[in-house]
Design a protein around this ligand. Structure first.
Ligand SMILES: Cc1ncc(COP(=O)(O)O)c(C=O)c1O
Length: 394
């Protein structure tokens, strides 16, 4: 099937673009010996897990279901081909009723607090698992997105230095590694700054560990990301403390590797004048920011749209909105060289990450089709959803 024949709305993921990202990550692993895992929370299109797992060292999960998906779709199928993948998990608090299954699926279990370590640590150790503790280096390196800052005051994420100092010998004896996750779409200068805080606050404990996990938020595959600086951060922990370094990016694995194809349902005019003259047009699409790209509203951010400009940059400017009841279900103001036509297809970019994993059926909105574009340009529908998907969740 050709791209233009795909039904809309449709998430289209491009295998070649995923491979391009994986090559960059593979380079980092080869040059440094660090192990990189896929954070499934960002991208769980498991059709591509065999590819991802054949390059990366495994996956990490936020809870039992992602852990099971990683085990069933990446670890086990690749094991049959003689490829070994690791399956990690971190959750702020585990449910007692999930824990036996978590032990079944995961080999690395990271706890968020000394209480959680006390509650589950011995069981995990007895089951032969690698045990980690998430630390909070209390080092905020990002501005403007408090919701994505695990180091913000009052954070529930990770053990702070003052709490760590109260660890008993018995509990510290259970630990194989430390984990931190503090970054969001950042470059390696922020990692370097974070490592200063980690060393200052937790350096004395690092000597007793086997590994350290730098978490996610490293925008390694973005143009201009400072990879040599990342590699020197990795070597610093290896050389000084003899640690195995893990990274668990989500975004970097599927950054700029997917599209959301949508169709114009209706066009009209708003009551707003444009600065350069003329009226702001309105176009209602068959995709919804609230349902299909929730980060556009949550982050918030402006998704790139092919063949478009900023408001007023091209001749015709439209406010693009979804077909739900939510007044704020707006994808943004975009301008075009021509007047938009009913039925016309628009292609949003960078729609592989935090899109299909976060979507919902508010207003009874259908979920977008999930499709894969192969390297020869051929497209294939991987998943299609209907009324039953909507009904089954209610
Ligand atoms: C513990 C942990 N690891 C990894 C990630 C992946 O982050 P990103 O997709 O920004 O690389 C996250 C994201 O929230 C996280 O909380």
């Amino acid at each position: 099937m050709k791209k233009n024949d795909l039904p809309t709305p449709c998430y289209l993921v491009d295998r070649g673009l995923i491979e391009k990202n994986l090559e960059i990550l593979q380079g980092v692993m080869e040059r440094t010996g660090a192990k990189i895992l896929l954070a499934q929370k960002a991208f769980s299109m498991y059709e591509l897990y065999p590819l991802i797992g054949s390059v990366l060292c495994g996956a990490t999960a936020s809870g039992l279901y992602e852990a099971r998906l990683g085990a069933e779709e990446m670890v086990r199928p690749l094991e049959k081909q003689g490829i070994k993948c690791e399956n990690h998990i971190f959750s702020p608090a585990y449910r007692e009723e999930d824990f036996e299954d978590i032990l079944k699926y995961c080999d690395h279990i990271v706890f968020n607090s000394l209480k959680q370590l006390e509650k589950f640590g011995k069981r995990a150790k007895a089951a032969g698992k690698q045990i980690g503790l998430r630390i909070n280096p209390e080092c905020s390196t990002q501005e403007g997105h408090a919701i994505y800052d695990p180091c913000a005051p009052g954070s529930r994420l990770g053990v702070k230095k003052a709490q760590f100092e109260e660890i008993t010998e018995e509990l510290s004896g259970l630990l194989d590694g430390l984990h931190f996750h503090t970054l969001c779409e950042q470059d390696s200068d922020a990692l370097e700054q974070t490592l200063d805080a980690v060393e200052e606050k937790f350096g004395c404990y690092l000597k007793n560990m086997k590994w350290i996990n730098f978490g996610g938020g490293h925008h390694i595959t973005r143009d201009g990301y400072d990879i040599p600086r990342l590699e020197s951060c990795i070597r610093r922990m290896q050389d000084k403390y003899g640690l195995q370094v893990y990274l668990e990016p989500g975004e970097a694995v599927a950054l700029n590797a997917g599209f959301l194809i949508t169709k114009v349902l209706e066009t009209g005019e708003s009551d707003l004048d444009l600065e350069g003259g003329g009226r702001l047009g309105i176009a209602i699409l068959d995709t919804s920011a609230a349902c299909h790209m929730p980060d556009v509203l949550e982050m918030p951010y402006r998704p790139p749209l092919q063949n478009s400009g900023f408001s007023g940059e091209k001749a015709h400017t439209y406010r693009l909105g979804g077909p739900t009841c939510l007044a704020g279900d707006i994808l943004g103001d975009y301008s075009f060289d021509h007047e938009l036509q009913e039925g016309e297809r628009l292609v949003f970019e960078d729609m592989a990450i935090y899109s299909m994993v976060k979507n919902n059926t508010f207003n009874g909105m259908p979920l977008p089709v999930i499709a894969l574009q192969e390297k020869d340009g051929e497209c294939r529908i991987v998943k299609q959803f209907g009324y039953d998907t909507f009904k089954d969740r209610l």
